[in-house]
Design a protein around this ligand. Structure first.
Ligand SMILES: *Cc1c(COP(=O)(O)O)cnc(C)c1O
Length: 429
């Protein structure tokens, strides 16, 4: 299997090369050249997420230098539970993506990517510099996944004042090979700065720049595996497709679900929940693509005004009508997020994070015919990561999962920079 750029450059490369490069040289994103076709039966006898992932990703690594390592990479990366927990039988479930080391779904992609890059690129003499722009969880997950990996440095850029205190700690508490930069700007400024660095050919060479944010194919491919695993589980039990509502920012998580359905997994409807950043719902409504500045919301990891993975979605659905058939999108306000956090606690005694709350609101607003279907709401982070929002709303403490308690014990360090290349370069090595 080969991959090529969304921007039409005809060069095609292997999965490993696409992982090494992150962005394509023409500024586009890598997409697979073909879509393997699976039947649910192709996964018979495979029960863990790692086993399902290995079968699902195998065609994308066919002929790749990492082909023979794939099973081991899946085992190493996907070593924590990803349960579907039913709140109402045959109707409403939560796909809990928050049982990894940093208690958010980005652990899945980050750990898979780290397992690949460790094998491909680790070089103690001339370390690889991974640049990560994060609006919250990406950086923590990537830092955790690469912490202590020899021959690889991670430089995390995050927007000052726009991540929760616990999230910030999680970006800044790692070992020597992780550098944390607090940028005077928004997430989009961080992302633009990373793009600017990549587009500087000399800089890219000199510092062996690479990426690990949600544009990396090494993050997208493994994220398909929990949709495959959970939908197969339901299919085996009921013979029915499972439907998903996905909190969405940069469209990495939801794109993985759309790709998994395209590959033949038994997935039905896919609905995206955005926060007050309305770029995607406005596009579906008007047909005009108008990326813009992000606005700050309670679901801060979804504060994206110019979602980069849309470029991959446009490649799949060049016409807005075709995209309207594939997905639905709804925007959820901060006020609605607050109400959902309280409502979900009152109704099911579940504590949910502000991102997960957007999915509950979309479920709540489904038309009656769709509400009859079985829905799996994607819980993207543990509520304890957003204690400063959740605890006052519920009037009680959110118990800390062990992984987070561990992280909060570590000392933190960071540097402040302006959103410019000159300010960034001294932190590369
Ligand atoms: C990153 C993130 C999202 C948004 O995911 P995208 O892939 O960027 O759409 C949602 N919730 C949480 C907790 C996140 O960290």
């Amino acid at each position: 299997m080969r991959f090529h750029s969304t921007r039409g450059n005809p060069e095609s490369i292997t999965a490993s090369e696409a992982i090494n490069r992150g962005l394509a040289p023409d500024g586009g994103l890598y997409i697979p050249e073909a879509w393997p076709a699976f039947q649910p039966e192709d996964f018979d006898g495979l029960n863990t997420v790692a086993e399902v992932a290995n079968r699902l990703i195998a065609p994308f690594f066919a002929g790749d230098p990492l082909e023979n390592d794939l099973a081991e990479i899946c085992q190493q990366a996907l070593n924590f539970p990803i349960p579907t927990r039913w709140l109402e039988s045959d109707r409403l479930a939560m796909l809990e993506l928050f049982h990894g080391p940093t208690a958010a779904f980005k652990d899945v992609g980050a750990r898979f990517l780290a397992a690949c890059m460790q094998r491909l690129q680790g070089d103690a003499a001339k370390p690889l510099n991974i640049l990560v722009a994060t609006s919250g969880d990406t950086g923590g997950a990537v830092a955790a996944a690469f912490d202590g990996v020899p021959g690889i440095r991670v430089v995390v850029l995050y927007p000052k004042g726009l991540v929760s205190p616990r999230q910030e700690h999680q970006l800044c508490c790692w070992g020597e090979n992780i550098v944390s930069l607090r940028v005077a700007g928004r997430f989009d400024d961080c992302q633009a700065l990373v793009k600017q660095a990549f587009n500087d050919g000399a800089l890219r060479e000199q510092f062996r720049l690479s990426s690990a944010n949600s544009i990396s194919i090494g993050r997208l491919l493994p994220q398909m595996s929990y949709y495959a695993h959970s939908s197969l589980q339901y299919w085996r039990e009921t013979g029915k497709r499972l439907n998903y509502i996905i909190p969405t920012g940069n469209v990495g998580n939801s794109l993985a679900c759309i790709w998994a359905r395209k590959l033949g997994l038994p997935i039905g409807e896919i609905r995206l929940a955005t926060n007050a950043n309305r770029t995607i719902p406005d596009y579906l409504q008007s047909g005009e693509w108008q990326p813009r500045e992000s606005v700050a919301t309670l679901a801060s990891a979804m504060d994206v005004g110019a979602p980069s993975n849309m470029e991959r979605l446009f490649h799949l659905h060049p016409q807005v009508d075709s995209l309207r058939q594939a997905i639905a999108v709804q925007s959820v306000s901060d006020e609605e997020i607050r109400q959902e956090i309280q409502r979900v606690w009152q109704r099911w005694q579940e504590m949910i994070c502000p991102h997960t709350a957007t999915a509950f609101k979309v479920w709540e607003d489904l038309p009656d015919d769709l509400r009859q279907l079985p829905w799996n709401l994607v819980a993207t982070a543990h509520a304890a990561k957003f204690d400063s929002i959740v605890e006052p709303l519920l009037g009680r403490q959110v118990p800390l999962p062990a992984a987070l308690a561990d992280i909060l014990e570590r000392p933190a360090r960071r540097h402040d920079i302006a959103p410019t290349l000159e300010a960034l370069v001294p932190f590369l090595a």
